[in-house]
Write a protein that binds this ligand. Structure first.
Ligand SMILES: O=P(O)(O)OC[C@H]1O[C@H](O[C@H]2O[C@H](CO)[C@@H](O)[C@H](O)[C@H]2O)[C@H](O)[C@@H](O)[C@@H]1O
Length: 286
């Protein structure tokens, strides 16, 4: 049994309840330790972790509680908030962090905007070779072929890839079938990194992972300790990079190497609130 599955099996009254939060006891203990770090990075996936799923990807937003906690953490001393997402940098800049307080890694670790650290900070944009552009075009054509066969499915175009969405489809078994067909189409093509997700099948002509995204943020702020949360398969690439002292939190019930688990975006928002509160308190005592 992992530390947190032990915590999850505790009776409700044994969960720590302090003010508005009810964080599992093992996770509460890990957060109390984490806030003692000199340099703390709080790194988060976006969809399914901060934001509930929506039919149209353009509509998704972090929950108000998560957003408020992130803003508190982003202005806390020696504390940085990072977003490591499959979303495009345009979406992260315009919708997730318009106030430019966060470190951003988009397209699953392929692009970065670290200007929250200062005007000279690193920015990495996506540049594709001629061959990669051709591969991307072929992948987009394959996506449209499957969309024609499955009404309701949609495509989300990205600078280095394409995301095939089935959430708008009413019939779950047809949605599963469509995802399988999309996987087969992408697998038949060379030069693609394929990442299944929550009612999406995504491919990219770049091989970057969220593990690389996380390591770049850790290096940029020289973080002693990371708290990372994510819900999906691609987040496991970042979970795998966590060090002994770091805190990994899985959102939802998918398989994970993380030591801790919470049920959904709302439970994660409570954890972030608690983290903000503990970090502020620990600084006020220094
Ligand atoms: O790494 P993430 O921040 O979790 O992004 C992964 C993909 O998330 C988005 O798709 C998911 O959220 C959509 C909006 O709620 C939902 O419609 C879809 O079913 C989910 O899979 C996003 O649209 C993709 O671009 C991201 O790669």
């Amino acid at each position: 049994m992992t530390e947190d599955s032990a915590a999850a099996s505790l009776p409700a009254e044994q969960a720590v309840s302090d003010g508005p939060t009810a964080v599992p006891a093992a996770l509460e203990a890990a957060l109390e330790e984490a806030v003692r770090a000199d340099r703390l990075l709080v790194a988060l996936d976006f969809d399914g972790t901060l934001a509930p799923f929506t039919k149209d990807p353009k509509d998704s937003r972090a929950t108000p509680r998560a957003e408020a906690a992130l803003q508190r953490l982003a202005v806390a001393e020696h504390t940085w908030v990072g977003i490591i997402s499959g979303r495009t940098m345009d979406f992260l800049r315009s919708t997730v962090d318009p106030q430019q307080r966060m470190l951003l890694s988009g397209s699953h670790g392929a692009e970065f905007d670290l200007t929250a650290l200062g005007p000279d900070a690193q920015q990495v944009d996506i540049e594709l070779s001629a061959q990669q552009l051709v591969t991307l075009e072929v992948a987009v054509e394959a996506t449209h072929r499957v969309i024609e066969r499955y009404p309701g499915s949609t495509a989300e175009l990205k600078p280095a890839g394409v995301c095939f969405h089935t959430r708008p489809m009413a019939d779950q078994s047809l949605s599963d079938q469509a995802l399988q067909e999309m996987l087969e189409e992408y697998t038949a093509l060379d030069g693609l990194r394929i990442t299944p997700g929550q009612q999406v099948m995504e491919c990219s002509v770049l091989g970057a992972t969220k593990g690389e995204g996380l390591n770049a943020l850790v290096d940029a702020v020289r973080a002693d300790l990371v708290v990372f949360a994510g819900d999906d398969v691609t987040d496991e690439d970042a979970m795998q990079e966590l060090r002994a002292q770091d805190v990994g939190i899985k959102v939802g019930d998918k398989e994970t190497v993380a030591a801790h688990r919470v049920s959904d975006v709302h439970a994660l928002a409570e954890v972030l609130e608690r983290l903000a509160e503990l970090r502020e308190r620990s600084h006020s005592l220094r």
